[in-house]
Design a protein around this ligand. Structure first.
Ligand code: CTP
Ligand code: MG
Length: 335
């Protein structure tokens, strides 16, 4: 009877598959949007090069890691090799230049955790944030993009999870919930842990790509075209994976002791990371190790109030997928 019940549940879950795929498809940005962004980036670089001829601009974040939905703002990193520069001065100068070029809503936020200039291009409607020399972000963007090439279920799962997080109001670090970057790492780790595994651990494989940024060596296997089909022995549908993802974070994760680590493709202990005590504002109530800045816990923004909110949302999602007659509507209901 147990077995019958389980099979029944699989069948029910798999019936949701088409609905989840439809949501995923509807969120994918059209090709022309990418083109527009690239063109805009080139014009921006030309402008910047008048003042800093050696400077280069890179896209990072969701517009470049393949986890971006349609009409997102774009994240740009200005790389100036000169070690002498003062970031605030560069940002203010940059804001000046952009303003004189008729870009709109230009604003330099020099005191933010990551200082940026914000702007909007009236010709294309593109809004963007420009930061300076945040090369690690450019590199972790490449890592995420490379993982996305291996199995399409990663992109599908991450789109659904991000869409859920935005709908339910749990995608705001300033409110103590998690960044999109953290959610994507949770998805990668989850797919590394499936049996059979759907994703490998690229950082544990032979190094084919290596850069050193701020004394951190970032090395991994990036010939992902050789890994297509890696997860094909695992036939789980996206609906089943969404269900299992929320079940894991609702009932399976050991919040007291566990750290999820994409870098090692495994679960580490808070103990070995020395993340057992609160240090400053880092409470380590949900622990997600950054793949390159390994002392960095992406869950550190979570406090004793927001951890409750998060866990209740994971439980709500798991319950809905189990029992709700129309889960796709309820799951993404605005909070
Ligand atoms: N990032 C980081 N460390 C963090 C947060 C973000 O390095 N603690 C970098 C990552 O490169 C990430 C980028 O900043 O890809 C943008 O972060 P975020 O806004 O969380 O993600 P997006 O992918 O841009 O998501 P969204 O679609 O919500 O804009
Ligand atoms: Mg972004």
């Amino acid at each position: 009877r147990m077995l019958k019940k389980q099979t029944q549940c699989c069948l029910d879950i798999d019936r949701l598959n088409a609905a989840f795929l439809a949501i995923y498809e509807s969120l994918i940005p059209p090709e022309e949007e990418k083109m527009k962004q690239e063109l805009f980036l080139m014009s921006l670089e030309k402008l910047v090069n008048k003042e800093w001829p050696e400077a280069r601009l890179y896209l990072y974040g969701s517009c470049a890691n393949s986890f971006g939905v349609s009409k997102s703002d774009i994240d740009v990193c200005l790389v100036i090799e000169d070690a002498e520069i003062n970031k605030s001065e560069v940002l203010l100068k940059l804001a000046d230049i952009l303003q004189s070029d008729n870009l709109q809503n230009v604003q330099a936020l020099t005191r933010a955790r990551v200082p940026i200039v914000k702007l909007m291009d009236p010709a294309t409607g593109i809004s963007c944030d420009i930061c300076i020399n945040n090369v690690l972000a450019v590199v972790n963007t490449k890592l995420l993009r490379d993982y996305a090439q291996i199995d399409v279920r990663l992109r599908q799962l991450a789109f659904i999870v991000k869409h859920w997080a935005k709908s339910r109001g749990v995608n705001a670090t300033y409110q103590g919930t998690l960044s999109s970057y953290a959610y994507v790492l949770m998805c990668i780790h989850f797919l590394q842990q499936r049996r059979p595994a759907i994703l490998p651990c690229l950082q544990e494989m032979r190094t084919t790509y290596s850069v050193t940024v701020d004394d951190i060596q970032c090395a991994y296997f990036d010939q992902v075209e050789k890994l297509r089909g890696f997860g094909s022995r695992n036939r789980e549908t996206i609906a089943r994976l969404v269900w299992a993802f929320f079940n894991y974070w609702a009932y399976g994760h050991d919040y007291a002791n566990a750290v999820i680590s994409v870098r090692t493709g495994s679960i580490l202990s808070k103990h070995e990371k020395e993340w057992t005590r609160r240090i400053g504002n880092d409470r380590h109530l949900i622990c997600i190790e950054d793949p390159f800045e390994i002392s960095h816990d992406l869950g550190r923004v979570v406090d004793k109030f927001s951890i409750k909110v998060l866990r209740e949302e994971f439980e709500r999602a798991a319950e809905i997928l189990q029992y709700d007659p129309n889960p796709c509507a309820t799951l993404f209901e605005p909070y």
